[in-house]
Design a protein around this ligand. Structure first.
Ligand SMILES: [Zn+2]
Length: 233
């Protein structure tokens, strides 16, 4: 078991200002660290080992809003087999190809309690059967996005710091105390395991707008596919 406290210095508490955290307290005009699930423009791309990338001429499907698997409560991983380790490795590659900083198994159609993260400290971390065992009372707001709800970003309020326990890909239990962007991504990915999307944590009218646009887009795509099928027959 190991415990890691990130060396990110939290903002000085200021009771009169709106709640701040490492992720949302950058000086005005500074490049924000990253929106959850997408890297900031101009930042260096993820490095992907060529031997891993070569397996990905056709990448995994990332499921998007409206698909059932994103709303299911995922089941615990019963045993950490080579198959699970390969899945984790594949998820890291897919996350990087999608320019993400976190990816949960339900997003690629696997209803398992497992996610991968590579946030601001650039360490690849896999979380198997994770449990958030502590959250700070201090909250902070940060703009989130999601590979499963592409192109939409909204401010989401969450605890600033968390403690999470999980198994790594070698089956070792670890405890991680996190703040800043890492805490944000872990909470976002953890939600995916319970069928929760970031849009469930925003104002209902904003959520309705996004859901409506997704439905419209899905209907258009279905009509287009039907037309193509009629032409081909
Ligand atoms: Zn997401």
């Amino acid at each position: 078991m190991f415990s890691l406290l990130l060396s990110i210095t939290p903002a000085e508490p200021n009771r009169t200002a709106k709640p701040a955290c490492h992720a949302c307290s950058q000086p005005a005009g500074a490049l924000r660290p990253a929106q959850v699930c997408s890297r900031p423009a101009g930042s260096p791309p993820h490095l992907i080992d060529d031997s891993r990338r070569n397996r990905y001429f056709t990448s995994m499907k990332v499921y998007t809003l409206g698909e059932e698997v994103l709303r299911e409560k995922a089941v615990p991983v019963a045993e950490i087999t080579d198959e699970i380790r390969t899945l984790i490795s594949d998820m890291f590659v897919q996350m990087k190809l999608s320019d993400g900083i976190g990816l949960a198994a339900p997003q690629i159609g696997k209803s398992l309690r497992l996610f991968v993260v590579q946030a601001d400290d650039d360490v690849e971390r896999a979380f198997i059967n994770p449990q958030i065992i502590e959250t700070s009372t201090e909250l902070c707001s940060y703009e989130e996005g999601c590979l499963s709800v592409p192109k939409y970003y909204e401010e989401v309020v969450r605890p600033e710091r968390i403690t999470v326990q999980a198994l790594n890909e070698r089956g070792r239990r670890f405890t991680l105390e996190a703040d800043g962007l890492l805490a944000r991504v872990i909470q976002h990915e953890y939600d995916h395991l319970d069928g929760i999307l970031f849009i469930d944590r925003i104002a209902p009218d904003k959520k309705d707008k996004i859901v409506h646009k997704f439905r419209e887009k899905a209907e258009k795509e279905q009509k287009k596919a039907e037309k193509t099928a009629t032409k081909d027959s």
